[in-house]
Design a protein around this ligand. Structure first.
Ligand SMILES: *Cc1c(COP(=O)(O)O)cnc(C)c1O
Length: 386
């Protein structure tokens, strides 16, 4: 089907690449739960399926949709979580290798890079990834093997110039991997911009229904490093389960529609909240005053994504009080689901966080944007005693 008449990504996603059940021709393929597969009489495995830890058809179906969305020639690999996907990239490096990572990034991965990667002989330096001179200065040609970037980066939605950082990485003999969870393939295609690997927490907007924990990597080139990542997934047993893969494929069918609606809602909220008397600052790359706006305009398409943050007047106390007063927004961590989520990030990130104490992170769902604004407006006023 992908080789058909150049159907658009939205069409290909809607039909999950046209996979049907070969026996019944059911338009929804069955969930493959087998842990092992018959060997051929000549001792070969002509189907390419040997054992459940590396091989599962339901997982491959979801992978084929994501590979299509990312234009990933080498394909995609699903993992049991975003963290399993991200750490697999680092675990595919050699002891002694050096990694450059962003100071502002997904907090749990930053902690792992800072506290655990060293036990595998990997050294990591953290830089402001939107400061190209700082990135250049942090790279040691020959020793740096990976630049890890995240854009827009959680929770300030800093924009990293993927093409520029890819050039720095490649000039030094390193690879660039991009955590594109907040952009999603609807808004940014890092591989087309020069990245070697793109990573998503599929827990977020790819699945979109807050009922699967999963992660994915996709690559442009099927090289030795990609083969090592595949081995890490297999030997560490980090593949996504078939039930989760089935749910993920179901979510992916509507992903382009959800992403469009959620980005439109986020833009609307960002604009209206910018004029709110109890909001000191709105962080959203779609706003002209956002420091990464110009790069975002060049590098993102179809809008600027579903994530924004607001800095509330009155500091941490007013921010926490605002989150306490919402009724439609759900007070919870995570992002990308159809339900809108609000979170006081500094509370969850703890000591050493670059997250300002007055910041509320907003994940825009698919509810009516007017309702979402009205709920926040009422909560902001109540938290400020009016
Ligand atoms: C959630 C998230 C992760 C981690 O993904 P899990 O599926 O929770 O393991 C990594 N990066 C970003 C940007 C995320 O939002």
């Amino acid at each position: 089907m992908a080789d058909g008449r150049n159907w658009s990504k939205r069409s290909l996603a809607a039909q999950a690449m046209g996979h049907i059940d070969s026996v019944t021709h059911a338009v929804v393929p069955p969930i493959h739960v087998a842990t092992t597969y018959l060997r051929d009489p000549d001792n070969a495995y002509s189907t390419g399926y040997v054992y459940g830890r590396p091989d599962n058809a339901t997982v491959r179906e979801a992978e084929s949709v994501i590979a299509m969305l990312e234009d990933a020639e080498a394909g995609a690999l699903l993992f049991g979580s975003g963290m399993a996907a991200a750490t697999a990239v680092v675990l595919a490096l050699e002891a002694g290798d050096h990694v450059v990572a962003p100071r502002v990034m997904y907090w749990a991965l930053r902690n792992w890079l800072a506290n655990d990667a060293g036990r595998y002989g990997i050294t990591v330096d953290f830089v402001e990834m939107d400061d190209l001179a700082a990135v250049r200065a942090a790279v040691h040609p020959g020793r740096t093997k990976l630049i890890w970037a995240e854009t827009p980066s959680n929770p300030l939605w800093t924009i990293v110039d993927i093409a520029a950082v890819a050039e720095i990485a490649h000039a030094a003999g390193a690879r660039l991997a991009v955590d594109s969870t907040a952009a999603s393939p609807f808004h940014t295609r890092p591989l087309a911009l020069g990245a070697d690997i793109v990573m998503h927490s599929a827990t977020k907007i790819l699945n979109g229904h807050s009922d699967v924990v999963g992660g994915v990597l996709a690559a442009a080139v099927d090289d030795e490093f990609w083969a090592r990542i595949r081995r890490v997934r297999s030997t560490h047993g980090a593949i996504l389960g078939p039930f989760e893969a089935f749910l993920l494929t179901r979510g992916l069918r509507t992903f382009p529609l959800r992403a469009a609606a959620q980005a439109a809602g986020a833009m609307d909220l960002a604009t209206r909240l910018s004029a709110h008397p109890h909001v000191a600052r709105v962080l959203y790359p779609g706003l002209p005053q956002h420091p990464g706006h110009d790069v975002a305009v060049r590098q993102m398409e179809n809008g600027f994504g579903y994530m924004l943050s607001v800095q509330v007047t009155g500091g941490a106390t007013a921010a926490i009080a605002t989150a306490a007063k919402v009724e439609l927004w759900r007070r919870a961590t995570s992002l990308g689901g159809v339900e809108s989520l609000i979170e006081h990030r500094a509370s969850i990130e703890g000591a050493g966080t670059p997250c300002p104490p007055d910041l509320l992170r907003l994940s825009t769902g698919i509810e009516d944007p007017d309702d979402l604004f009205r709920d926040l407006d009422t909560a902001l006023k109540a938290a400020h005693g009016n």
